[in-house]
Design a protein around this ligand. Structure first.
Ligand SMILES: [Zn+2]
Ligand SMILES: [Zn+2]
Length: 381
């Protein structure tokens, strides 16, 4: 593409705004620090506002609008949209549109922020390109939502109003009007933008792939902190319908805790979770692929490769078969639970307990087999 064509493709208003506020921030921080020291109240407010805008993106734009992983009452939706608007990441409708495209075409040409074009493209440069073709069918459900459409129609005005309100509030509370602008607006915007952008860039580059190797998304604890809980991105791309990203209770995922909390006070409902059996099946399938890939790397050089391939396939078949049976028992248990079939439920419960024990043992054997396979090296032939 020639330079003239490239320049024609630049989304100048977005480029001007993003580049402009970065330059303003670089200039404002030393000037501010020369005359003042930020007070604790200003820093705390900036931190809280950062949390509010980030949670509105992760819990609102991402998990509610783009993926519909739970239902929310208007009373929750409105503050989510208020702070989502203040984050200056576009309207929820456009954000969800691009994000649904990202999931649909991950790592391919149609992915608006695919990492196959490099770190900087997925992190920020994609924003400077004029948007591709608008695919209305991707967001028809959201177009039925009047609040979403209102935000989309008046986005520019609302983004200005919400940010002005935030700066005025910080100024009134702290009495530091310059600080309110520098920290409550510029610093907050800078940190929240890069936090979200890391999900598109680093969360597809730097980390582990325990659930699936079919896409570039990775799990990374450090990124979970930097992105406010979206760092378990390998899980998310594998099970995007789940309201959680870090499925273990201790995995840092603030939106998960907030959504759960909101469901407890009646503002959220129908929280979608992928069941454990399905998760285990994916984990085992990802392990199997990695093991077979590893073995095929030196198939001709190692005498025991064939034997290990057979062991992997046999163990995989047994384990997935056990997991499928477990799923059937669990479904039957759920169906029977509400009915007056106490004896049947009691027997079924015993069977499930027994199966759980045997699956746990098979999983341990599987992990041992994984270790054995990954220890194998060509020179051992
Ligand atoms: Zn992604
Ligand atoms: Zn997503």
């Amino acid at each position: 593409m020639s330079l003239t064509e490239r320049l024609k493709d630049v989304h100048w208003s977005v480029f001007g705004f993003i580049a402009g506020y970065h330059v303003a921030l670089l200039a404002a921080i030393p000037i501010y620090l020369l005359y003042r020291t930020p007070g604790w109240d200003l820093l705390l407010l900036t931190f809280l506002l950062m949390g509010a805008t980030l949670i509105s993106i992760t819990m609102g734009y991402h998990r509610f609008y783009a993926h519909k992983t739970y239902k929310a009452k208007r009373l929750l939706e409105v503050p989510l949209l208020f702070f989502g608007t203040a984050s200056i990441q576009g309207s929820a409708l456009k954000w969800a549109h691009d994000h649904r495209l990202h999931h649909r075409h991950v790592d391919e040409e149609g992915d608006p922020y695919g990492t196959q074009k490099g770190f900087w493209h997925s992190h920020i440069l994609w924003l400077f390109k004029k948007p591709g073709e608008w695919q209305e069918r991707l967001v028809r459900d959201l177009q039925q939502n009047p609040v979403v459409m209102f935000q989309d129609r008046h986005y520019g005005l609302l983004a200005t109003v919400t940010n002005v309100l935030i700066v005025i509030t910080v100024g009134l509370i702290t009495g530091d009007w310059l600080g309110a602008f520098v920290f409550g607006f510029l610093v907050r915007l800078f940190l929240t933008h890069h936090s979200t952008w890391f999900i598109n860039s680093l969360a597809h580059m730097w980390g582990a792939k325990p659930y699936s190797t079919e896409h570039s998304a990775v799990n990374n604890f450090i990124l979970a902190i930097l992105t406010y809980g979206e760092g378990y991105h390998n899980y998310h791309h594998t099970f995007s319908g789940d309201y959680r990203n870090g499925i273990r209770w201790y995995q840092f995922d603030p939106p998960k805790y907030f959504i759960w909390l909101m469901s407890k006070i009646g503002l959220a409902s129908d929280l979608q979770r992928v069941n454990r059996v399905q998760i285990h099946k994916k984990l085992v399938a990802a392990d199997r692929k990695l093991m077979l890939d590893h073995l095929s790397d030196f198939a001709a050089e190692h005498v025991r490769v064939k034997e290990f391939v057979t062991r992997v396939e046999r163990a995989y078949e047994n384990l997935t078969d056990e997991l499928s049976k477990m799923k059937m028992d669990l479904d039957r248990y759920r169906a029977l639970k509400g009915e007056q079939a106490r004896e049947e439920v009691r027997i079924l419960k015993g069977q499930i307990r027994e199966k759980r024990r045997s699956i746990r043992k098979e999983m341990r054997d599987w992990e041992r087999l994984c270790k054995q396979v990954f220890r194998m090296r060509p020179q051992m032939a």
